[in-house]
Design a binder for this molecule. Structure first.
Ligand SMILES: Nc1ncnc2c1ncn2[C@@H]1O[C@H](COP(=O)(O)OP(=O)(O)OP(=O)(O)O)[C@@H](O)[C@H]1O
Length: 272
């Protein structure tokens, strides 16, 4: 491990003047974007299709290199992290993962432990324990001996989430983690993430399309529009009628859920 990586425990992820312009695109996808993602919270990243949510996440994980700007984690520039060291800090649940069909579900989840293992070493007791816990938390323990080729879309999504949880990082980034899940599994997954945040202090960043899931589970919202941050702050302060209308270009009614006391959001097409 690079010694400098232990030097400081900063505030979290700081994105400064980030621009990303894919070569064949007319316009930049991310455009001079600034954003602070503070440790210890559950963030929802929301915004319309194409607003740059996945591109932001990919830049944070260094899957793509920014054209301009800096991203630091705990006050250290991400480009100074070795891949393996970054994988001990941040785990990702990508959008629409295609799993290698020759593997068993258990083996896929065990892959989350690779950053913690010595090369060619067998799985330790801690590795097996973390994998078991992650599979129980995501309700896929009973799938452990199945070939991933036979899994449904939602089951695969839960397995990929288990792999990221088994990675046991301070930061967990999930790109549309509930998109293939039925309602019960959506709620169970979000409850599990909340538990990881509350009991283990993990910072969760989830790209979400469902405003009501974001409102119910996230205490911070990053709202994106046209490759920039439109708003970033406490959930109720960001999820206002005005912001929602401005970003999504539809009307919203904000009501109160009498059972949970939380706000919920009903969108209306503009001509209704
Ligand atoms: N590798 C690439 N090359 C060219 N254009 C890209 C590339 N990746 C993304 N884009 C473009 O960048 C824009 C933002 O894409 P991105 O996937 O970040 O949006 P998003 O907010 O996550 O969208 P969605 O809600 O649809 O998943 C889109 O217009 C997309 O076509």
């Amino acid at each position: 491990m690079n010694k400098n990586l232990n030097k400081t425990e900063g505030k979290g992820i700081v994105v400064e003047s980030l621009s990303w312009h894919p070569p064949k695109n007319e316009k930049p996808v991310l455009n001079n974007l600034n954003c602070l993602i503070e440790k210890g919270n559950i963030y929802g990243i929301i915004g319309p299709n194409g607003s740059g949510k996945t591109s932001l996440v990919k830049n944070i994980l260094r899957f793509i290199e920014p054209e301009d700007g800096n991203i630091t984690l705990d006050e250290i520039n991400l480009k100074h992290y070795k891949r393996r060291d970054l994988a001990k800090k941040i785990a990702l649940v990508p959008q629409n993962t295609v799993l290698d069909s020759s593997f068993r579900t258990y083996d896929i989840v065990m892959m989350g432990r690779i950053p913690h293992q010595k090369r060619f070493a067998n799985a330790s007791e801690t590795d097996s324990d973390m994998v078991q816990k992650a599979m129980l938390l995501t309700d896929c323990y009973q799938l452990q001996d199945k070939s991933v080729a036979t899994l449904s879309g939602g089951e695969s999504q839960r397995v990929v989430t288990a792999r990221a949880i088994a990675q046991d990082t301070q930061w967990l980034i999930l790109d549309e983690p509930t998109s293939s899940l039925d309602i019960k599994h959506q709620l169970e997954l979000m409850d599990s993430l909340k538990k990881l945040n509350e009991k283990k202090g993990k910072t969760i960043i989830a790209v979400l399309h469902d405003i009501n899931i974001a409102a119910a589970y996230c205490n911070r919202i990053i709202m994106m529009k046209n490759g920039q941050i439109h708003s970033n702050g406490k959930t109720e302060e960001v999820l206002t009628k005005e912001n929602l209308n401005n970003v999504y270009e539809v009307d919203f009614e904000i009501l109160e859920n009498t059972r949970t006391g939380k706000k919920y959001y009903v969108p209306y097409a503009n001509d209704r």
